[in-house]
Design a protein around this ligand. Sequence first.
Ligand SMILES: *Cc1c(COP(=O)(O)O)cnc(C)c1O
Length: 422
Amino acid sequence: MKEHIETLCVQAGYSPKTGESRIPPIVQSTTFFYGDSQVMADLFDLKREGFFYSRLANPTVDALEKKVAALEGGACGIGCASGMSAILLTAMTLCEAGDNLVTASEIYGGTFNLFSATLKKFGIEARFFDVDAPADDIFSLIDERTKFVFAETIANPAVAVLDFEKVAAVCKAHGVLFIVDNTLATPALCRPLSLGADIVVHSTSKYLDGHAAALGGMIVDGGTFRYKGNARYPAFNTPDESYHGLVYADLPAPFGVKCRAQMMRDTGAVMSPQNAFYTLLGSDTLALRMERHSRNAEKIAAFLAGHPKVEWVRSPALPGDKYHALAQKYLPNGTGGMMSFGIRGDKSACARFMEHLRIATQETHVADVRSCVLHPASTTHRQLSEEQLAAAGIASNLVRLSVGIENADDLISDLTQALEQV
Ligand SMILES: *Cc1c(COP(=O)(O)O)cnc(C)c1O
């Protein structure tokens, strides 16, 4: 039986045996006991499944990995310390010096820095394309050293919606991996693996946890990409000398195994059992919350679009938005709580507006149950000049709003009184 997302949110990932705790226990232990040395040897040879050291696997983290893999419809999950470490491990599993990756420019700022500055120091080149660019432009960036193409389902903070069909076709034609950051859509609204993606990454710090309680990341391997004989991926087709001659392409989920056995082993960027527990708890209500975030955002985007003190609104939920048609195609049940809008006025008008908000608070965070706002021009992007801001697509009057699950009428009253101060 294929269960729906609402059922998987509360049921997937953990099933207790008689007498065991109903919800996954926090297994706060670095290591695990074995009385039999052959069993331990088999674990190290990956011939048997089990836990031996929490840097490689832990039962609480395992429950979350299984849950998110089930939500995304993938083969396996890998819990990481943060969203950034999930993306870093993904890139490290695939690339070495001399390789390149092809990515949408409309991505999270941290990912942009990782790709353009940090990976560059290790000889890995990032090639950028505009999400709206035609398939041919993406095609022309790919060569034999391209290891993956990367994009976000709903871009943070650009709120652009990914054209899956366009990018998936390019990747398929080249036999290159298509990796999607599904943080802001979540599997409750969109499942990239069913739309042509091969690997999905998440910052679980956002909607998956949903309560701003725990930092975390997750990698989900779809498990269907064929590495065997694909000349683009020699590291999957030749023996790994650091893992006594293992050939990853021969295994059921080559990427997932290589990522854990090699890169998690060598970096230790692992999720803690405590953070996995908070995220498990939060994700129980993911489907319910995403429904409410989406309905609230639809009402608030419409309200803002009709307000005289608001110059413009960017939300894929708004009919008339540049990405509305793609949203209807790929996110038919809603687009979550993220939007941005421009206040008629300068930076100080934005500051006055935000200081008068009583419900939505100013935070460097998005995608949790509480509404929050941020003015990038005076915070995250304050080092940039007016010209640089314009190049980054960030107007000086842009306010980013992450709509929470409060009552929509209360949020609208709050926005109304704060806009009166502008
Ligand atoms: C926040 C975020 C990240 C980074 O996640 P952290 O958990 O903060 O490391 C990556 N991608 C997207 C889309 C994000 O919103």
